[in-house]
Design a binder for this molecule. Sequence first.
Ligand code: SAH
Length: 366
Amino acid sequence: MTPLEAEIRAMIEIDGPMPIARYMALCATHPAHGYYMTRDPFGARADFVTAPEISQMFGELIGLWAVTVWRMMGAPDAVRLVELGPGRGTLMSDALRAARIVPAFRDVLHVHLVEMSPVLRRRQEQALAAAGVACMWHTDVADVPDGPAIVIANEFFDALPVHQAVRAPDGWHERMVGLNGDLVFALHPTPLPGNFASGRARLVGDAPVGAVCEWRSEAMVRTLAGRLARQGGAALIIDYGHLKSAVGETLQAVADHRFADPLDAPGEADLTAHVDFQALGDAAAREGARQHGPLPQGEFLRRLGIAERAGKLKARATAEQSAAIGAAFDRLTGRGADQMGELFKAMAIADPELPPLPGFETGAAS
Ligand code: SAH
């Protein structure tokens, strides 16, 4: 039994079953035993690989995206470049290197990293030590000081806790984690209040008994959107997920590159669920921000010029390096089930005064 499982069992014995979202939050960020708090999951024995770890092209293109957005903002003489959940710091390091070609941008930058994990924070400090830009760390996005901001979040929202509810004949019941010898899923005995379904009428109205509905707290995206709408700037959100809200269950656990049971070995597996981009966009709109996209990651990266960038890198590469660049390009942009181009989506939320942002000039994917 993992140390976190022992703690979760004790909590359930005292307080009764807990919502899946609470379980997921403990698994990810419990101060002593949370998955991200205790390890670098992107290391040599990596559980999973993210886009910035696949190729430097990803962070570089995002760095140039940030430069263009800064210009669209009227090139303010101070701008906060914020990353949520920076992992190993690779994306930010590649972005800052690419942004060197515009010294005027680098001169006005304040870099802020929002990270709860002390282990990953140390890793980020190492990655950014040579970047030549002062960096500040925060545990919560609400702690980033005021001012115009450009925010990047790659594979951040998928790690935030989701709630689940299951349709029963008498309404929707929240799915909980309880104890029956082992940790088990169990429905809350009382249905969720009627406004749960009425607020999602189009989504859950005629879902059959047994259907599962997932949702996340909107607190994080609303903090971000409200700030951008009032103080200027834009956020780029890239994650795996769906363009439109849909009924269905996507919670998954990954350990050692393999799918695992989410209730097995809490704190030892990465728990994630699809990002509902429609819900993110709607929440941002309620705070007065404008939504750009979403569109598939492959399309977004092509519009930012990834093919040209790959071509340039290949031109000065050995045959072996060139093959690796080609493979990374395919992985980032391809439409296959094991590729990221179609599965992952890119969306921005921004100050409504800003024109269409780079990559999002036309809404529909071509
Ligand atoms: N963006 C990185 C890492 C993605 S993994 C990449 O693409 O490689 C998720 C990241 O979010 C990790 O750095 C994790 O520690 C952080 N994280 C997860 N939940 C968080 C929370 N509630 N607040 C702040 N950071 C969080």
